[in-house]
Design a protein around this ligand. Structure first.
Ligand code: BGC
Length: 423
């Protein structure tokens, strides 16, 4: 039995910097980020990765989750950037030197700009283009990676880019959203097969964002129904699809169901389930203000806390009980589970220690009392970083970053994590 994996999770665009051929970079330049921020050099991880990985090692970790930046590797269609490939090659060698088992994510929200100009995942050719990139990554990796996530939070990506307009191309198009989910599933299946063909030791999954949904008003019949519908769509549709069950990527009257992806029906294309868990979500019919939730162009509001509840700097409730519920839900798929992300935006480090403590206790209970097969926990994240549309202000790092000097400083709460890791 392999040891439990303790790690931190990161994503390329949020830390590496210099991602000038990506869709996000262009979207940032157009002024779409809060406070006019640009990812720019981000945390300068591109030049400081050796230092960063050592910081991870200093926490006592034995694993590291990161993503590969497609826009850097294939900055123009079919043109491969050897320098970028060599950088990831070095990163993997360093993981081996430091005893950090790598978990590699192929797609974490960002795309090459050229890919989006071709329609991104609305393009029928997109699964093949993604597969071509995957093949290149497999060749670079050789036999150094056993744990793969094809997509990070494909549901959040689709919702952000094609419904909620908080990610590029930021359009509201339920029809495109539906197409994108189907093509991402096709891309996932192709990547799953390619990775398995290359190595019989590989384990492939996705990192799925799961929320503990509840109606905003318990007595409101429509909100109860909507909660069930949204929970099924958001939490279940991807997990059902990659475990060969009926695909439910549509919502009657809101999002058209795409044609069934036959390649995925009736077969398992996941060896584990990756869970990104942060908080709960209240579902509100016709919200009146931002507190009751706002969401895209639908008359449905999603909010992440009640008024006066203890919240993170992003206004997300701290809800450890939901973590165990979500683990139990995921366990129904009868696959091993990795917690691929869990963390809190807490600049002043007031809540992180108790957040870690309470969530890790729930994880332990899920293992010991519910008998759930959890194989690893990745904290989000190692250092502060570029938090998408929110820019640099939310601070999720176990190490804080001074963006003027690039200096990293351990936050006191990291001690709690270290203690759990060394138990
Ligand atoms: C994403 C990360 C993000 C984190 C905190 C996750 O949904 O995968 O990229 O930084 O949440 O918002």
């Amino acid at each position: 039995m392999s040891p439990f994996l303790w790690g931190v999770a990161t994503s390329a665009h949020q830390i590496e910097g210099y991602n000038s051929n990506s869709d996000w970079w262009h979207w940032e330049q157009a002024g779409n980020i809060e406070g006019g921020a640009h990812s720019g050099r981000a945390t300068n991880h591109w030049f400081l990765f050796e230092k960063d990985l050592k910081l991870a090692k200093d926490l006592g970790l034995n694993s590291y989750r990161f993503s590969i930046e497609w826009a850097k590797i294939e900055s123009e269609p079919g043109v491969w950037n050897e320098e970028a490939l060599a950088w990831y090659d070095r990163l993997l060698d360093l993981c081996a030197e430091l005893g950090l088992t790598p978990m590699l994510t192929l797609h974490h929200f960002t795309n090459p700009k050229w890919f989006i100009d071709l329609g991104g995942f609305t393009n029928p050719e997109s699964p093949k283009l993604f597969a071509r990139f995957t093949e290149k990554v497999i060749a670079m990796v050789r036999d150094r990676v056993d744990l793969w996530c094809t997509f990070n939070e494909p549901m959040v990506y689709t919702a952000g880019a094609y419904l909620g307009k908080f990610m590029p191309p930021a359009v509201f198009s339920p029809k495109d959203a539906s197409l994108v989910m189907a093509n991402m599933l096709r891309a996932h299946v192709l990547a799953y097969d390619l990775i398995h063909r290359a190595s019989k030791f590989s384990k492939v999954g996705i990192a799925q964002n799961l929320l503990d949904f509840m109606p905003d008003r318990k007595w409101h019949p429509l909100e109860s129904i909507l909660t069930r519908v949204i929970r099924r769509f958001y939490n279940r549709s991807w997990l059902d699809a990659i475990t060969g069950r009926r695909q439910c990527f549509g919502i009657l009257g809101l999002i058209p169901s795409p044609l069934e992806v036959k390649e995925a029906r009736g077969r398992l294309t996941a060896d584990f389930i990756g869970i990104n868990y942060y908080t709960k979500a209240f579902v509100r019919w016709k919200p009146k203000d931002a507190h009751e939730g706002t969401s895209s162009d639908f008359p449905i509001g999603i909010s992440f806390a009640r008024r006066k509840e203890k919240v993170s700097d992003l206004g997300w409730a701290i809800h450890p009980q939901g973590f165990r519920k979500i683990l139990r839900f995921a366990a129904r798929y009868e696959l091993p589970i990795y917690v691929t992300e869990n963390g809190i935006a807490d600049r002043d480090d007031r809540l992180r220690a108790s957040y870690l403590e309470s969530h890790l206790k729930e994880l332990k209970l899920a293992q010991e009392e519910d008998g759930i097969d959890i194989r690893g926990y990745y904290h989000w994240t190692l250092t502060d970083n570029f938090e998408w549309i929110k820019g640099f202000s939310p601070r999720f790092g176990l190490y804080s970053v001074n963006y003027d000097t690039d200096e990293r400083t351990l936050r006191p709460s990291a001690q709690v994590f270290k203690e759990w890791v060394s138990k």
